[in-house]
Write a protein that binds this ligand. Structure first.
Ligand code: PLP
Length: 399
């Protein structure tokens, strides 16, 4: 019966599962999608029911059919024990960290981590008596030597979303688990379609739904999936903060999830083609894309990942800052802006030299990050080509 979910969805491929996950048309009068349920108050039939909170959804902060739909779909996709939905990717990072740390604990974080995650560790966690040590993203199993008796968690992000070092998450997870520590991962770049975080030893996996799940640059959402070990504490912490996502954003994210495999495949294809072209350009010193041998950790990517997405970086040959600005500022199709995973192409300069501590960043030229959207590839290439002409002119003028 097509108006109820199929039995044993595990027997199907990921695309089939994503079409059916988290919806039951027969519960919604036959309509295909679970609608947006808005609500704080939930009414109970009797005093006794209220006193014992006998209800599928006891109050707005505890969930709704809309929220449950995306939670269920994500839990199925990730192979987790459970999922919580936070109002942004960063909120997902912070609630995941708070669920496995307490005062007096020590935390290991990759030096390539998303910068706001780093700022949370250095401000809030530090103020609550949790000490963070940053480690070389390429450390692998050698991370064992950094464990202290009070090391409670290891945070990974693979690849780093600017510098693209691919981490040996299974080796890090093995060392962490030997020590009893929890392993967290920011898996936003690969999504569960290209990297099965829990199967590779991750206990708490984070996704900024803002990016590929949404696909539209028009919402903020964060998802945290947990395995059996970490699920009870994650749910408890999430309920305590009541860090609830809004129903419209959840609805749109679930809508995006259905088409994510196709958008991701297309982003991967377009990005690979552009990156291959960029590699041949004399203005480009290096391409930082996990599918390229020049990318630190490429062998690990090849071993563990099922694909690459549409975000990568290039290191330009040394030119003055005004030449980089001339390259970027005149682009017609690439927007200058943070975030990624949407249908439109973006470009941003980056420089991590000022804040990395464990693995200093000296790439030997200016860094530029590209998010490749769904535009025609030839148009994107022509836009960049014109940009390189401006870069050369400006560099010649400055010389
Ligand atoms: C964007 C991003 C986040 C945070 O997501 P927001 O929804 O913007 O808060 C977290 N991690 C990575 C790797 C990101 O790129």
């Amino acid at each position: 019966m097509a108006n109820t979910p199929p039995d044993k969805p595990e027997r199907f491929g990921p695309r089939t599962r994503l079409v059916h996950a988290g919806r039951n048309p027969s519960d919604q009068h036959g309509f295909v999608n679970t609608p947006i349920y808005r609500g704080s108050t939930v009414l109970y039939p009797t005093t006794d029911d209220f006193l014992h909170r006998r209800a599928r959804f006891p109050y707005g902060t505890k969930g709704s059919p809309t929220i449950e739909a995306l939670e269920t779909a994500w839990t199925q996709l990730t192979g987790a024990a459970g999922t919580v939905l936070a109002p942004s990717g960063l909120a997902a990072v912070t609630v995941a960290l708070m669920s496995c740390l307490k005062a007096g604990d020590h935390l290991l974080v990759t030096d390539s981590v998303y910068r706001p995650t780093r700022q949370f560790c250095d401000s809030v966690l530090q103020a609550f008596g949790i000490e963070t040590t940053y480690y070389d993203p390429l450390i692998g199993g050698d991370i064992a030597r950094l464990f202290r008796p009070n090391t409670a968690a290891v945070f990974t992000e693979s690849p780093g979303s600017q510098t693209f070092e691919v981490q040996d998450v299974p080796a890090i997870a093995e060392a962490a688990h030997r020590h009893g520590a929890v392993v967290l991962m920011d898996n936003t770049w690969a999504t569960p379609l290209f990297f099965k975080a829990h199967e590779h030893g991750v206990d708490l996996s984070i996704e900024a739904g803002t990016k590929y799940v949404s696909g539209g640059s028009d919402l903020l959402l964060g998802l945290v999936s947990a395995n059996e070990r970490c699920w009870p504490a994650l749910r408890r912490t999430f309920d305590a903060f009541a860090m609830c996502a809004g129903p419209e954003d959840v609805f749109l994210c679930l809508r995006g999830l259905r088409t994510m495999p196709l958008r991701l495949q297309e982003a991967e294809r377009q990005a690979l083609e552009l990156a291959r072209w960029l590699e041949t350009r004399p203005e480009v010193k290096r391409v930082l894309h996990p599918a390229f041998e020049s990318c630190p950790g490429h062998a690990v990517w090849k071993r563990d990942f099922k694909g690459s997405s549409g975000l990568f970086s290039i290191i330009l040959e040394p030119v003055p800052p005004q030449a980089v600005a001339a390259f970027i500022d005149g682009l017609e199709l690439f927007g200058i802006g943070a975030s990624w995973g949407g249908f439109e192409s973006l470009i941003t300069p980056f420089d991590c030299t000022g804040y990395r501590t464990a693995a200093p960043w000296n790439p030997g030229g200016p860094g530029v990050r590209l998010q490749i959207g769904l535009e025609d590839l030839a148009d994107l290439r022509a836009d960049l080509e014109a940009g390189f002409a401006r870069l050369r002119r400006e560099a010649a003028r400055a010389a």
